[in-house]
Design a protein around this ligand. Structure first.
Ligand SMILES: [Zn+2]
Length: 457
């Protein structure tokens, strides 16, 4: 999911793509690409031809899967979409299985494996959408020659179709036979099951020994960029107590400061110490204080009762915590815990953390993988691809494996705009473009000896 979209830039990009090689030098010189583009080899040219030959079929597949509701809670719908992709992957010779999600209260996951002698490549998709059956937004709708609207069309059924289409092109070109590919399509990306480690075990298991992980989430509406880093998203709960007493006695040694002042001290401490750190954010979302406080199990609702002439006995705050790297997460938690421990007179406070989605740090390995994708894009006559600002990328499943593999990127799925809204729209002209770039990247990765396995990160 994406927090902002650069829609203005897209028409210009597509215009230069449509104009072909003639427009390309302008694009390249503007971005000062590291290596000059070189011509695709015979296999890569065959891959490109195969993508074009099957494009109409893949557009039809996209329409079919978008028309099946697969809101995360619609278990039957998620499984149906999983079956449709499973058929496609079976036909390409993959060994497919459905991992039942009952243990984590979701539909489950599709896993497809194609063992081969090449380095293991992990491709990540998801089958669910944020649009449940009761949403009014249910169907694929062609808007004009180049765009279509539909629930999950870019987030991320379009990316799933690109996975299938790229693998089909590699098969047609005779390259898939020697490749070692694992595809995992989650049934619960938009609302992950619990316990989270169990809901993500299939993916983390699949990442074992992988040379690269590639997420096919939609990019931020801009095919000039891909993701090498995503901030993690976790939560925290602060629980504070004070000594209840008549308010006229507050600040006396035996009464102290009360729970509300202690909470204010802690939150101000967080702000003063941590709010300037790049890419680190923490937002207290709900705060309840008084004589009596109740908070529901989700931490999003509750009640508080008290009087202005009574020193507050209780206060609870729930918030989020977003970080760019595991190291930053550890530093932030340590600093917050130290601040909580100090205490105003006669108060007590504890903080607990829920790690949620881990951060995907911008490693050298991720940069190398993006450089390969960028090279593939330029070699095919498309534009350069640079890293997107991680503050524009929300949490996603690739983050769970980023620490387990030497190289990972995300955001190479179908471009469009307004995901998670009833205006979710795909740029259908990008389907063959994104498919070609992905297929050539996968082919080139498959040609590399396992060098990246031991490369330093
Ligand atoms: Zn998504």
């Amino acid at each position: 999911m994406w927090t902002s979209i650069s829609r203005r830039i897209l028409p210009a990009l597509l215009a230069s793509a449509a104009a072909g090689a003639a427009a390309q030098p302008n694009v390249i010189s503007k971005d000062a690409a590291p290596n000059a583009a070189s011509a695709p080899n015979a296999v890569e040219r065959a891959v490109v031809r195969a993508v074009d030959a099957h494009n109409a079929e893949h557009l039809a597949l996209l329409e079919r899967v978008v028309n099946v509701n697969s809101g995360t809670q619609n278990v039957a719908g998620v499984r149906r979409v999983g079956d449709l992709f499973r058929e496609q992957l079976d036909a390409l010779g993959f060994r497919t299985r459905w991992v039942d999600g009952a243990a984590f209260h979701r539909a489950g996951h599709l896993v497809a494996e194609h063992p081969g002698p090449g380095p293991k490549l992990l491709l990540i998709g998801h089958l669910d959408t944020v649009f449940e059956p009761e949403s009014p937004f249910q169907k694929f709708e062609r808007l004009d020659d180049s765009t279509a609207r539909g629930p999950g069309i870019i987030d991320m059924k379009g990316g799933d179709v690109i996975i299938v289409a790229a693998l089909r092109a590699l098969k047609d070109a005779g390259a898939l036979d020697k490749m070692n590919v694992v595809v995992v399509m989650h049934g619960d990306e938009e609302d992950a099951g619990a316990p989270l480690d169990l809901a993500r075990k299939t993916l983390t298991d699949a990442a074992q020994g992988a040379a690269a992980a590639i997420g096919f989430e939609d990019g931020p509406g801009d095919p000039h960029v891909a993701v090498i880093s995503r901030r993690g998203a976790g939560g925290w709960t602060l629980t504070v107590t004070g000594v209840p007493a008549h308010s006229s006695q507050i600040f006396r040694p035996e009464v102290g400061a009360g729970a509300v002042y202690e909470t204010a001290r802690i939150l101000t401490g967080f702000y003063d110490r941590l709010s300037k750190e790049p890419y680190l954010t923490f937002n207290p979302g709900v705060a309840l204080g008084g004589t009596r406080v109740t908070v529901d199990s989700t931490g999003t609702e509750g009640s508080a009762a008290g009087k202005s002439n009574v020193v507050a006995e209780h206060m609870t705050v729930t918030g989020d915590l977003r970080t760019l790297s595991p190291e930053q997460l550890t530093r932030a938690k340590t600093a917050m815990t130290e601040i909580v421990r100090q205490h105003l007179p006669r108060t007590d406070a504890t903080i607990t953390f829920d790690d949620g989605y881990p951060p995907m740090a911008p490693t050298d390995g991720n940069r190398r993988l993006l450089a390969l994708y960028d090279q593939a894009s330029r070699d095919l006559g498309f534009w350069p691809v640079t890293p997107v600002d991680p503050s524009r990328a929300g949490a996603a499943d690739v983050s769970f494996v980023a620490r387990l593999v030497p190289m990972a990127i995300d955001g190479v799925g179908l471009s469009g705009h307004d995901d998670h809204t009833a205006r979710e729209t795909a740029d259908l002209r990008m389907l063959p473009v994104q498919t070609k770039r992905a297929a050539v990247l996968l082919y080139r990765l498959s040609q590399r000896a396992g060098a990246e396995r031991s490369a330093s990160r």
